[in-house]
Design a protein around this ligand. Sequence first.
Ligand code: FMN
Length: 266
Amino acid sequence: MTLDSAKIVYFSPTRTTEKIIKSLSQSIESSKIEFLNLTRPENRQQKVTLKQDELLIIGLPVYGGRVPNVLREWFTQLEANETPAVCLSVYGNRHYDDHMIELKEMVTKQGCKAFAHAAFIAEHSFLCQPPENYIPRPNSKDLEVAKDFGQAIQSKISLAKSINDLTDIPLIGELPTDIKDTLHEDFIFVEDSCTNCGACAQLCPVDAINQTNCTITNPEKCIACCACIKFCPRNSRVMKPSKIYQYSKMMDKLLKKPNQIELFIK
Ligand SMILES: Cc1cc2nc3c(=O)[nH]c(=O)nc-3n(C[C@H](O)[C@H](O)[C@H](O)COP(=O)(O)O)c2cc1C
């Protein structure tokens, strides 16, 4: 099979999924590679139609063991026609639970044929004060594995005579029958060092931060992605006592047992 083009689609508030998917895509041989970053709401408005000789590579973070709810509407407009697809589940070293199966089902429902999957490990979004000497994941080894996985995908496509040769292997998890609630919490405290520069409001994936007064965050919109905390140029945004803060304090434990990347490709 020869690919006419490839679409690399991702949602990545704290940019770890973006790093992994970009490393993988370096191995894809196509003169037309298009990136679609779904993180900002305006980028989730455009309709996406995929062709048969196009490859979709989609990477999403794991939120509560599932696909983040904020993307559900985007999926309903995705139109594919037996388009080969690769799915990446990126998680913060706890577990990906049913994310992989759910993501596969979501792309299949829209007309894709998902034939390769992977679970990659990233720094957990809630880890806002990493311990000393901590090397964040994805590390250089993880990114090499992503590149090699891209090569395996490319050679599988090159060897396939038709889409029927792109067979899949069983995944881990169970197909969910419900939609889990999104985690909404009033957990952000803005320190006096904030200059109201607006950087946080511009990167928020759900426009939860007031554009004219950045100290105001709407907890009903906020999805706790922590991008505003991680990328504040003055580190003015911190967690205040809350469930998420409690959870963030347990992150050190997660770092002690680093999980292995899992690749699902025949
Ligand atoms: C609301 C929320 C829920 C999360 N749930 C899980 C989880 O169930 N398991 C896990 O291992 N990591 C979990 N994480 C961590 C993210 O999956 C991980 O940090 C991911 O790499 C973030 O992707 P990004 O950097 O592309 O935004 C969660 C993060 C957030 C913000």
